[in-house]
Design a protein around this ligand. Sequence first.
Ligand code: NAP
Length: 495
Amino acid sequence: MYTETPQEQVKELLHKAEEAFQYLKGRSAIDRAGLMYAIAAKIEGLGTELIATAMEESHLPEARLIGEKARTVFQWRSYADHIKDGLCFEARIDTAIPDRTPPKPDLRKIKVGVGPVVVFGASNFPFAFSTAGGDTASAIAAGCPVILKAHPGHPKTSALMAEAIFGAIKEEGWHDGIFSHIYGNSNESGAYLVQHPIVKSVAFTGSYGGGKALFDLANQRKEPIPVFAEMGSVNPVFALPEKMATDPRGLANQYLSSLTLGVGQFCTNPGVLIAVKGKDLETFKEVLRQEVLSCPPANMLHAGIAKAYHANSERMLTESTIRVIGKAEQIAAEGQGAALLVETDAKSVVENDALLEEVFGPFGLIVACESEEEMLNIADHIKGQLTITVAATEADAVRHSKLISLLQDKCGRLLFNGMPTGVEVCIAMQHGGPFPATTDARFTSVGSDAVQRFLRPISFQNWPNALLPDALKNENPLGIYRTVNSVLTKDASAL
Ligand code: NAP
């Protein structure tokens, strides 16, 4: 269906990316924003062929893909807007105090791109987290060329998106090494990229096994490099007693809709719900049991994901402490995933880590606790997560302040009611979390702060004004925000 890019050609592309990095250093962030707007317009201009191709390759419905395309265009535009005022480059200027003892030097710091970035396209968002997705947009915003490894699940969609980026780069007259598109159909092709000395950073979304393998390879290099891998998460929902008593039916419907959205193929899918035993939890489970019957099975993203879903849910069913609550009545055909809800008790999840592993798909585990104390034990036990939801009344939240404090140590985004599947693209979004949700909890892969992953600071000490980068010159020719002697300002008159 597609041909693996030969290693000789990959090498050439890597050298072109290295050259392009030097070229990018000579262009301002405002220039880069211009290129990003042009890329956004090209993607926006991709018509029915893109949607039809993605529908065929990913089995995602048209409406979802149209929405995802708009989100992708928005990412390029909003990250471009973000870099223009310079705030994200954190320019700091501390002017000299020559008559101090010892004399204080003139120090000026700015964040710059790290160098060529390898991006692994993700399968579950063929537009927004893949070839022209947020990782590619944020690396280019940071001033880093991108070498993109297409996800093998949607090679034609990837090629169409790559053509849009190539088209904008060519029409705007930029160096053609800024973006390269590579096909590989083995672990080796990805491993080669991560280990190549020209590569300075990696972005990945996918399985725990894949992300951790790439992270380990990057750390074994002579020159280790950062890997921003977003991996598995079960996104627990802690349903507190008063909330559960108030509306067990509403909560069950809300939970089931979120769990089955997009055949459960979201990294923020709420795979586990924890609550205290009692009649309200029984009502909640009964609604789930009834409603799940009519959930239709649907095609999953690709055959490998469907196979993994079946194998992982079968594995769960072999656990002696797992009982089935309910499942979709209609049997799933090959390549499809059907919703499945199971239950267990708190003691079992604390004793058996396998129960809290991600089953990527519409699989929900309800954990019944004997007491609120057991809920706290689970909170203490769970690993790092992208999101945790507290389904609560305000009185619940006040009563469970210790639980809520503990949950903050375990996730990147803590929700008060609602469900975590929607991930807003904005600067206050944190889409990342403590390991094993990601390999670096300090950063986000969604929202304009995603640019930070591909920046590093450099200080210039005692340099003549004319020889400084424009961002740090006294006269502030780029008109950006800078912290000058501890005051955030665009004003150049202080210097
Ligand atoms: P994946 O298997 O992790 O693959 C993602 C990308 O990484 C592919 O390009 C793959 O290329 C590469 N890769 C994987 N392992 C590698 C290794 N050891 N060395 C080098 N490259 C490697 O993810 P997927 O195909 O999208 O889906 C598989 C599973 O990932 C799903 O069943 C699900 O569990 C999980 N997943 C999780 C999320 C999430 O957001 N948490 C999203 C999507 C998928 P090659 O195949 O060519 O090696």
